[in-house]
Design a protein around this ligand. Sequence first.
Ligand code: AHR
Length: 504
Amino acid sequence: MSRRVKMMLDKELQISRIDERLYGSFIEHLGRAVYGGIYQPGHPAADENGFRKDVIQLAEELHVPIIRYPGGNFVSNFYWEDSVGPVEERPRRLELAWRSLEKNEIGIHEFYQWTRKTGSEVMMAVNLGTRGIADACNLLEYCNHPSGTKYSDMRIRHGAKDPYNIKVWCLGNEMDGPWQIGHKTMEEYGRLAAETAKAMRLIDPAIELVSCGSSDRGIPTFPEWEAATLMHTYEYVDYISMHQYYGNRENDSNDFLAQSDEMDDFIRTVVAACDYVKARKRTRKTMNISFDEWNVWFHSNEAENDIKENHPWQSAPPMLEDIYNFEDALLVGLMLITLISHADRVKIACLAQLVNVIAPIMTDEKGGAWRQTIFYPFLHASKYGRGTALLPVISGTKHDTSKHGEITDVKAAAVYHEEKNEVTVFAVNRNLEEDVELTTDVRCFEGYRILEHIVMENDDLKAVNTLQKETVYPVKANDRSCLNDGYMTSVLKKASWNVIRLGK
Ligand code: AHR
């Protein structure tokens, strides 16, 4: 094999303990994420509350610790009061972000109940588009204050005696984006976010707050937005958000898989902006990142425009229903490796989204729920990527791409779970033509053996899963890795996602 990569792992060489919220996700009132996704009364799989049990089961399988809600673009014109209280009294509203009809059958209380079933925390976003400080405070009082005040007593009257105690709150969504309802300039947003944060902390000092960063790396105001808004918010917030979606629009798979390197660069630049403000403020406080929207998103763009332009005001139209193929799963794997590699600063991340809308889990209106290709790398990272991210020293062969120049054949991350005595290597061979031999120096993990080598590969980069047939799924390929005298040799097949687990 002419392509070789060497990697050295040492349990003392660490990036950081991984915050388990790195494996978060996102549910927005958009398309069939809520209605027809998590909630479909009358469906054979629905429970007594109308929640689909097949979806709950798949969400539980992904072991998602935190779920962002209720948007997204949706939140920028969200009237939270419409979504609480007796369902039959809740209004139907024009939902402007996605030009849909919002029934408000599912609101804050129901979503919170749903997360009790999936074992996830809620990460709540407040509307800083068309509303502001007072409404954000009222919502926080409704959700987290125990009792004895207007909004906490309202929650109790609505049937929730105990507060929800929602810990993480997003101060709006993508407020830099001209498409956003109530889009703000950096100065407008910085001031509003800082004042909202200050007031919210007075109500509940235990909350964590996320200030909006740029909605992607390509937007003209990046990275000035980060520096300018943080000058206002730095003292009052805990995280700045990042969002990024990629797509293979030009059908250049080789180049498509290079995009995770842009994500690396994006994170490094946001960290630099945070640290610049830290220096300007002469503070010891370090700002962390909530990468609260990331995924592949492009397959459904035309259908989305058609629905918004030609068929508006439907309830739960099938929007953003990307059907993911095998190469999308490889990029999702690469993006997960990138997030793990920045675990020292990225503390929260949300795969956008979870059900039906650019999602790993899909539902059929009349039939079952099924796993898209991207389900699997996320599952593996969420399951085996908890512990401490190690700092791997990697060197090896490279190949050329059309727009990203030379890139490494292999991208890898390693996670050490001290309590379980396990080490997991996540590696993507993004060379589409050739296999690579990966030699990993694991001499400091004495007494460890290979538990398994899981692989996802497919001759067809465009292979997809459907309700009827799962074509892309992981298999065990334990003969691809062997361990001798502290060196592990693994064959990484061309275009493959690999999870190599070692333990005692
Ligand atoms: O996740 C879909 C949309 O992408 C979100 O509503 C928005 O925040 C982003 O532009």
